[in-house]
Design a protein around this ligand. Structure first.
Ligand SMILES: [Fe+2]
Ligand SMILES: [Fe+2]
Length: 323
């Protein structure tokens, strides 16, 4: 899609000045000139990220009423609420690029916007709450720590704050994992089963392999992305293998072995057919997730209407006071 880089409004001299700023490590702010293609890529990435935070509330929200203790319930509610906050924060960040949040939300509800493939898998047991915190929030940290150095200022700043909360999410998940892994044989079997089900979908979260990732080169040049999908995936594997060993759990990959030459954990092939099915809308829970979002949106209509009516009333009041 490189033709978009040379759209008429993208004066080559301005593009060159913009790229020089990026190369110098400057951050790009909302009022700065930017190529149209940069703006669009950021809207795409940031809105997908915001949608993922919001849809990501659903698999765990499913277990709030069934948390095994008050303490677990409190931390799970807090975690799910944090994800709502992340979504709203990133939607606001996306609006600094001149797009309306309502438009982005509509794309999600229409099924035309993407969100992270991982949230289309079902949460079958309480152990899944532990493994999601450990793997899914762990993967989010790997991704977002790098995005905190992205060239677009509002996105980078959002990531700094969000990563602090993701660390709490990961710890609450890993603590659940550690308790179950040291529990009764039935608890240990339940957590191992959750690990087996979530491992490969978690590796898929980093997106297609670099060879099949058409946007990567441009995004790296513009410092929107600072590492490729495969680099981030490898980092996640390297961090997670010792954490699994520490709680005596096995990762479901017979090819997993340490490569002393590269200092990486080698892992087996990812089932990209499964990934492609899920992102095309055919994962185990795609329909259910969108249905839940549509229902929540419809049921929340009166809140949006009331907020708009209140805002209009306040504006009218201020106008009459100023007159
Ligand atoms: Fe989050
Ligand atoms: Fe999180």
């Amino acid at each position: 899609m490189s033709q978009a880089r040379t759209q008429p409004q993208d004066d080559p001299a301005k593009v060159a000045a913009f790229e020089a700023r990026i190369a110098a490590g400057e951050s790009i702010e909302p009022k700065d000139w930017m190529p149209e293609r940069y703006r669009r890529q950021l809207i795409r990435m940031m809105s997908q990220h915001a949608h993922s935070e919001i849809v990501g509330m659903l698999p765990e929200g499913n277990w709030i009423t069934r948390a095994p203790s008050l303490r677990r319930k409190i931390s799970l509610i807090a975690k799910v609420q944090d994800e709502a906050g992340h979504g709203l924060y990133i939607y606001c960040g996306t609006e600094t690029l001149g797009v309306d949040r309502a438009e982005l939300v509509q794309q999600l509800l229409d099924g035309t916007a993407k969100y992270s493939s991982i949230f289309n898998y079902p949460t079958l047991s309480w152990a899944d709450m532990g493994v999601i915190g450990w793997f899914v929030d762990g993967a989010a940290i790997v991704n977002q720590t790098v995005l905190a150095k992205a060239s677009y200022g509002p996105y980078a700043r959002a990531m700094i704050r969000i990563c602090k909360e993701e660390n709490f999410h990961k710890r609450q998940g890993y603590e659940i994992v550690a308790v179950l892994a040291n529990g009764t044989p039935a608890q240990k079997a339940m957590i191992q089963d959750a690990v087996n089900r979530w491992w490969w979908p978690s590796l898929m979260m980093f997106g297609p392999s670099d060879a099949d990732s058409p946007n990567t080169a441009e995004l790296i040049r513009w410092k929107v992305k600072r590492r490729t999908n495969d680099e981030l995936r490898q980092r996640f594997v390297n961090l997670t293998v010792p954490q699994a060993a520490a709680v005596n759990l096995t990762l479901p990959d017979p090819e997993l072995r340490y490569d002393a030459d590269t200092e990486n954990w080698h892992f087996g092939p990812i089932d990209w057919d499964e990934f492609n099915q899920v992102i095309r809308g055919n994962g185990p829970c795609n329909r259910e997730r969108l249905e839940a979002r549509r229902r929540a949106h419809d049921e929340g209509a009166w809140v949006r209407e009331a907020a708009s009516a209140y805002a209009a009333k306040q504006r009218a009041k201020q106008a009459s006071e100023a007159a």
